[in-house]
Design a protein. Structure first.
Lengths: 100, 172, 340
């Protein structure tokens, strides 16, 4: 019997995998992808609660999260491209000057 | 029973591919594992009865956002991978400690819920709404109660589109 | 148990086999039709009138040497044709070939399944099909295929937007996302949607041509450009898989256009008592006739029209089709509300 607790644990585990990815990796594109994992974890939680409470509001919220994630990915990748054109690197340790 | 098998299989795949996303050296392989992850998450949504959100997940996330990531990965494909040298600032220790802490926490939550089980989930249904069918419910809510967030989201997407074009252009 | 497991499995087996045979014979059909358009005969040697030509092609491709480039990414190189083929095949799960009929004393529906987000499923699966092209170009580890694959995928995702916006106006007319529901809506409204939404029909047809990389939008894979496009480094069975995927996509687009605009399995002017005689023709025959007409139209267009240049292609997708699709949607919405 699958209770909402199962879905919450899955969501928490996926969330933590995303956070660990953000903290450990140096490649900025992998960091962005870990952020997408975090957003997906939140979505799983929302949809699971929507199913438990028999209310479609959770799904509406999840659709908004997906829309915001799309906007954030587009702008973030634009920033990465602009930065790469200037500094030729995607290692965030080398992205450490505010002005040069 | 079938639902339990499906849930455990899907969550194993989701977590497995997520770990592969953050640990693979090659960025393109990482992106491909992310696509697979999103497809399995969409399958999980279908299991929960949210078919519209599952289709939107595949269409927007797997078919749009990750394609964008793949383009950028190919455009910044460097000769040497960016983490070729051992970085002294690398926080692997913190990552490991964090994962152990989370595992202990998950085990505690699991034991607590085993002692006091919650009720089972049903597929997402209507809660006194004038329409039936998953897409219709979501559409009803989206266009009546949550119309203003919907319009703001469309403005957000427009601004993001303009911002991405301006940022990625070579010369303005 | 029989109804829920055996019958769908049988349907899947039949549909998959029929599709694979159909895409193989599409090759022959294309060569023949283009040949006739150019006043020549096409393949005539293998079998009577060249009927066995696809079998010869298949044997040739299977026994060809399978070359993998030296520093190509092995896993991705192998996976790309598969990623191209699978979405083209799994779309058949929701395409309705006919209504529920009684076969051997049992009610059987002539579609594998009917999910309530059928049209959205088709669009999302088609958007996953882009990966095959991107990964094929990337994994070849060579300049020309990479550029060609980026061009092809940019073309695909641009026309996806136009087609999806157009499909929304069809959904407005039908009131449902399910494919069977759309055909039933055409039955209830006594008219095929092509007469109600002619602009949407033209847009979906043009968008479908561009989505499947067919002429006149086949710049990314034409031999005269970019040395053969994203499948340059592929040989043998993998190359065959790319082409089978393209023909399978063509058949999918034909089937979807038939279902959405030409009434799927319905005869012309459905639900009118005067034309009751048309119902004696089996429903799936109507479906195949209409899909075949569109396949012939695709091949005919390839034989006739010159190729679009890449910037003309992108201009058409973004500056012409998308505004037209949005305008069509707005007009459909207004008319639908006023005629409430």
């Amino acid at each position: 019997m699958i209770t909402p607790t199962h879905y919450m644990m899955l969501s928490a585990a996926l969330f933590m995998i995303g956070v660990i990815g953000v903290m450990v990796r140096r490649n900025i594109i992998i960091i962005f992808m870990s952020i997408e994992l975090i957003l997906n974890a939140v979505n799983i939680n929302l949809i699971a609660f929507s199913a438990q409470l028999q209310n479609a509001v959770g799904q509406v919220f999840a659709i908004f999260v997906i829309a915001v994630a799309a906007a954030e990915a587009a702008v973030g990748l634009g920033i990465i491209l602009a930065f790469y054109r200037n500094k030729e690197t995607i290692n965030i340790d080398e992205m450490n000057l505010m002005r040069w | 029973m079938a639902e339990a098998i499906a849930f455990y299989f899907l969550s194993a795949c989701i977590l497995g591919f997520a770990v592969l996303v953050i640990t693979t050296r090659d960025t393109v392989h990482s992106v491909l594992f992310l696509v697979l992850d999103f497809l399995f998450v969409a399958a999980l949504y279908v299991l929960l009865g949210a078919q519209f959100v599952a289709a939107i997940q595949i269409l927007v996330y797997a078919g749009g956002i990750v394609v964008l990531y793949l383009f950028v990965v190919m455009l910044v494909n460097l000769k040497r991978p960016p983490e070729a040298h051992q970085d002294p600032h690398r926080r692997t220790g913190w990552g490991f400690a964090l994962s152990v802490a989370v595992l202990v926490e998950l085990a505690a939550v699991g034991a607590y819920s085993y002692a006091r089980p919650a009720s089972a989930l049903a597929a997402a249904g209507s809660a006194g709404m004038p329409v039936t069918g998953n897409t219709e419910q979501v559409g009803w809510l989206l266009y009546t109660s949550y119309l203003i967030p919907f319009e703001i989201a469309s403005m957000l997407l427009l601004v993001a589109m303009i911002g991405a074009i301006v940022l990625a252009k070579r010369e303005l | 148990m029989v109804d829920s497991v055996v019958i769908p499995l049988l349907k899947i087996v039949i549909v998959l086999n029929a599709t694979l045979v159909a895409v193989t014979y599409m090759v022959l059909l294309e060569r023949k039709v283009i040949a006739w358009a150019q006043s020549r005969l096409g393949p005539m040697r293998v079998g009577p009138y060249g009927i066995l030509q696809p079998i010869a092609d298949a044997v040739k491709l299977m026994i060809k040497e399978d070359i993998t480039p030296n520093r190509a990414d092995r896993w991705v190189f192998t996976a790309a044709p598969i990623i191209s083929m699978v979405p083209a095949l799994i779309v058949y799960a929701v395409i309705p070939f006919g209504p529920e009929i009684s076969l051997f004393g049992r009610k059987v529906s002539l579609y594998i399944t009917d999910i309530n987000v059928g049209l959205l499923y088709i669009v999302s699966v088609a958007s996953v099909g882009v990966y095959g092209i991107i990964l094929a170009g990337y994994a070849s580890n060579s300049k020309f295929p990479l550029l060609a694959s980026l061009r092809a995928s940019a073309q695909l995702i641009s026309y996806e937007v136009a087609v999806t916006l157009t499909l929304v106006s069809v959904i407005l007319m039908a009131g449902t996302l399910s494919m069977v529901g759309i055909v039933n809506a055409q039955y209830n409204q006594h008219v095929w949607f092509i007469f109600v939404q002619p602009i949407a029909f033209a847009l979906v047809l043009i968008g479908g041509l561009a989505e499947t990389n067919r002429a006149p939008f086949d710049l990314p894979e034409a031999e005269q450009e970019l040395t053969g496009g994203f499948h340059t480094e592929y040989s043998g069975m993998r190359f065959a898989l790319f082409f089978l995927a393209e023909y399978a996509n063509m058949i999918v687009v034909s089937s979807v256009v038939t279902t959405l605009f030409l009434g799927g399995w319905l005869p012309p002017f459905p639900n009118t008592p005067v034309l009751h005689a048309l119902y004696y023709v089996p429903s799936w025959i109507w479906f195949f006739l209409k899909s075949f007409a569109f396949l012939y139209f695709f091949i005919w267009v390839r034989a006739t029209l010159p190729r679009y240049r890449y910037d003309q292609l992108m201009r058409l997708g973004w500056k012409v089709l998308i505004p037209l699709a949005i305008a069509n949607l707005v007009v459909t919405g207004i008319v639908k509300v006023m005629l409430l």
